[in-house]
Design a protein around this ligand. Structure first.
Ligand code: PTJ
Length: 230
């Protein structure tokens, strides 16, 4: 079903052609995880919930793949967390941004950002650096699922707290973000929403959070799973 959504999304001009390659890479890692939320990914989802809860101005950055796979779930998360939604693309064209804004509105999103492109993320070449002044540019916490490493680093250099969802625990994005949820976006987003609705010591969770340790646990999980396969 996910493949169908990605392929359909590409035909409709929502997903970039390289989004299919990104999806295939994600599938391979998901296979290694057993296509389920592993315990360290659930811990990271709680940490992501904590950062979103404590944010003054959180924004969820949506690209083509994220939209077609989990539009409704992102809308629900944005509503629960009181976060904004911005279409922010790696392979940006005004036409694709417009299509994705409409697609997100069709999934129930309101006030979708991304069309203004009146600010820049410093250090990124022209189109890749475009963002909205009222959105990602002024956000203190940004959730960027399936993000490119350069852009994740650039957001960190702007002083933002960055949460990502990436099935590859070895990617530069995974290693750069403050919180990396090593899980499929279709499972991770509703999981973060569920945790936001729970009662937790949010400050304590942020204080104790160690992303490197979590990534190490994800790799150990994969290692253990592979070595006990046959
Ligand atoms: O729509 P655009 O123009 O913004 O482009 C979006 C893509 C995804 C094409 C662009 O950001 C890109 O090229 O990303 P990368 O550098 O290929 O990184 C995507 C990462 O997401 C990889 O580490 C994949 O393993 C991972 N990934 C792929 N599918 C999923 C995923 N992680 C979580 N859930 C998935 N479904």
């Amino acid at each position: 079903m996910m493949r169908e959504k990605i392929s359909d999304g590409m035909k409709k001009g929502l997903v970039h052609e390289t989004g299919m390659i990104a999806h295939g890479r994600g599938e391979a890692f998901d296979y290694l995880l057993g296509e389920k939320t592993i315990p360290p990914a659930d811990d990271a989802a709680v940490a992501a919930a904590a950062y979103l809860k404590k944010a003054k101005n959180a924004v969820i950055s949506i690209n083509g793949n994220v939209a077609v796979l989990s539009a409704r779930e992102c809308v629900e998360l944005a509503e629960t967390a009181g976060a904004g939604i911005e279409i922010n693309l790696f392979h940006r064209t005004a036409e694709r941004v417009e299509k994705l804004v409409k697609f997100m509105e069709g999934a129930g999103a309101r006030d979708v950002l991304g069309m203004e492109a009146d600010a820049r993320i410093p250090g990124l070449e022209h189109d890749r650096g475009k963002c909205d002044r009222d959105g990602i540019y002024s956000a203190d916490v940004v959730l960027v699922p399936l993000e490119d490493g350069d852009r994740c680093e650039a957001l960190k250099k702007m002083g933002k707290q960055v949460i990502t969802v990436d099935l590859n625990p070895l990617s530069r994005t995974a290693r750069t973000a403050d919180v990396t949820v090593v899980d499929n976006v279709v499972r991770a987003i509703p999981n973060i929403t569920r945790h936001i609705r729970e009662k937790h010591d949010w400050n304590g969770i942020i204080k104790k959070w160690d992303n490197r340790k979590c990534l190490k646990e994800c790799l150990e999980y994969i290692e253990h799973r592979l070595s006990s396969f046959y």
